[in-house]
Unconditional design. Structure first.
Length: 349
């Protein structure tokens, strides 16, 4: 299949292309598009055949539900009820990087929710995403626009890498500003529960409801008695091609340990990538060092994370070693993605 690719300059929306892409959605096709979190792979959420193709193209397990993207606060058609907390979260954070899990109405086909009675709903703030949804006139089901298991794309080039030739249309804009997928808040339980941490942090949500908590299973290695409630959080995910290990603890000790491990790998004839920060990057004597940004700006580290992981793929390193981050604010989301990328391989120093 020939994929039409249109990349828009910052602040220069090409209405005609968005209209064309919206028509693809209306006709049951697939469109990759930018959002402020990560790029999405969209289809008409109400059309079974279209949604089926998302799973096929991504190689996504059938039991992993999709989020529907809307451009209007009136979502009553798609959900059974909107609890008061959910309403307040919508008012406070939409459009933006948070998805609400609500009880699904019959209008949304089962394939979209992977057979669950609930559905994730999100209103993205990205201008191109909003225009695309409005012009389509339907809610857009969209997982991240990567082949299943790989780090989510935050640059259009990565969508092209994964999806060119497999879908009808790729809309490109500027890189995703948040860089990590949306926070998922399950509002069908009381108190609401965070199923996936993101840029709308626990601290921010607790201002709305002090008892909101994070599903304990998402920060730890999945065990039989501790299974994440979001089906997608149980898979190995966000993974670069090379095995990744997190070295965590006191920064000086971390640097020393990483330097020692790198030397051992190099002695074995292996190439190693190091995920460092601006504060530490000069301290590594060997290996391929990429900085995620300054430790003083965790938002920026979140934004760069997936792109740096993918850059190590490009460089074909045999192993990746990453520093850890404090699990506070958006640091919780960063560590959640890092741990999953590493398959929970963590060394505490
Ligand atoms: O930021 C985002 O949310 C991006 C952009 C494109 O909007 N989308 C995204 O979708 O990350 P995806 O499919 O890659 O991740 C959706 C996650 C999965 O872990 C899935 O299991 C979970 O949300 N999820 C979706 N619907 C759910 C539901 N009804 N109950 C529990 N978890 C749900
Ligand atoms: Mg994903």
């Amino acid at each position: 299949m020939e994929t039409k690719i249109v990349i828009m300059e910052e602040n220069k929306i090409d209405e005609r292309s968005i209209e064309e892409a919206a028509k693809v959605i209306r006709d049951g096709g697939l469109v990759a598009f930018p959002t402020e979190t990560v790029y999405g792979l969209g289809a008409n959420a109400l059309e079974e055949e279209a949604v089926k193709n998302i799973f096929k193209v991504k190689g996504r397990p059938q039991d992993n539900p999709l989020i529907i993207h809307v451009a209007d606060y009136r979502i009553e058609e798609y959900v059974k009820d909107i609890p008061e907390v959910a309403q307040r979260v919508m008012t406070e954070f939409w459009p933006g990087p948070i998805t609400l899990v609500l009880n699904k109405s019959d209008k949304v086909p089962d394939i979209t929710s992977a057979g669950l009675d609930t559905i994730g709903v999100r209103m993205p703030s990205d201008k191109i995403a909003r225009e695309l949804i409005m012009k389509s006139g339907v809610p857009i089901a969209a997982p991240s626009a990567n082949i299943s298991g790989r780090p989510s794309p935050t640059e259009v080039g990565r969508c092209i890498e994964d999806l060119n030739g497999k879908i009808e249309y790729i809309l490109g804009g500027k890189g995703s500003q948040v860089g990590l997928e949306s926070t998922i808040l399950d509002c069908t339980v009381d108190p609401p529960c965070v199923l996936r941490p993101g840029a709308v942090t626990l601290e921010m949500l607790r201002k709305i409801h002090s008892k909101i908590y994070i599903d304990p299973a998402v920060m730890e290695k999945p065990k039989d008695n501790l299974r994440p409630k979001a089906p997608g959080m149980k898979y190995r995910h966000y993974a670069p091609k090379a095995p990744l290990k997190i070295v965590r603890g006191d920064l000086k000790k971390t640097i020393a340990k990483i330097n020692e491990m790198v030397q051992n790998y190099i002695d074995d004839g292996k190439t190693v990538g190091i995920m460092a920060t601006n504060e530490t990057k000069e301290s590594y004597t060997n290996g391929i060092v990429l900085s995620l940004g300054s430790r003083k700006n965790l938002d920026n580290i979140a934004k760069n994370l997936f792109e740096v992981l993918r850059s190590f793929d490009d460089k074909g390193v045999d192993f990746i070693l990453s520093e850890g981050f404090e699990e506070l604010g958006i640091g919780i989301a960063i560590m959640n993605r890092l741990k999953k990328s590493a398959g929970f391989d963590i060394l505490d120093v």
